[in-house]
Design a protein. Sequence first.
Length: 272
Amino acid sequence: MTLTDAIGNAHHAIDPGAPAPRIVSLVPSITELLCDLGLAAWLVGRTGFCIHPADSVRAIAKVGGTKDVNIDKIRKLAPTHLIVNIDENVKPTVDQLAQFIPHVIVTHPLTPRDNLALYRLLGRIFGATPRAETLCSAFEQEYAALTQIPQAVAQTVLYCIWKDPWMSVSQDTYIANMLALIGWRVWVAAPKGGDAVPAPRYPSFSWSDALVHEIDQVLLSTEPYRFTDTHLDALERQIGKPVRLVDGEMLSWYGSRAIAGLRYLRELASAA
C-alpha cells in the first residue's frame, strides 16, 4: 500500500520481516502519538520538547530542539525514518537530514479532523493499524460529544503565544481551527493597504486601543511562551478586557493529545 504524507511524498508500510525501524521524531506531539501507537521501542531520537509520555521518552536520546537539532548526533543514531512538521521544523535542516535518512515523513495537520488521517498514516506505515483505529474511534466519540453541547457565545479572541514581541496565530492554523469548533474566531490584523503578501501564520502585534476594541477576550497560552497568572492579572488591568490562561498543549498539540484537547474545548465552552 502506498501512503502519502503532507507534501505528497509516497511511503510504504514497513516489511514485517525487515529489521525494526529506527525513528527520530522532531515533533513533540508526534512523539507522544508514536508512543500511544505502541512504537516507543522504535524511537531512537527526540527533541528536548518531546516530554510526553514521560515514562516512555525518558529512555529516548535527545537530539536538540525542534529547530536547532544536532545533525551529527542524529547521524550516529542511524535512523531509518524521520518525522517532521512543516510549522515546527526548519526546511534546510530537514533537507540536510534527508541526505542520510532514507524515509522522511512530513506532517502538517491544519484542522482537528486531520488527526484521523495522521493516525492512519503512521499506523499503516509502522504496522500499528489496530491502535490507530482505536485512536480514531476515541477521537470521533469526543468530536461528537463536542458537537452536542450548546454552542458557546461567538467571540473574537486574541490567542497569544509569545511576549516581547507579542505574537498570535492566524486563522489558517490548527489552533484557530480548534477554537472555531466552539464558535471562537481568532483576531488577526487587517491587511495594510490591500497588500497582496500573505499574512504570516504567527504574526507579531502591538497593543492599541483599536485592537482592544475589536476583541472580546484574550487567551494566554501556556506554551510555547510560559504565560502565567501573573501575566494574566497585569494584562487584564492594562486592557480592561477578560483574559484567560489556557493550556497550550490541549489547543495546539495534534496527534493523540487532540482527543483530550476536544474534551478541553468542551470545558472552555461551558465556562465561557
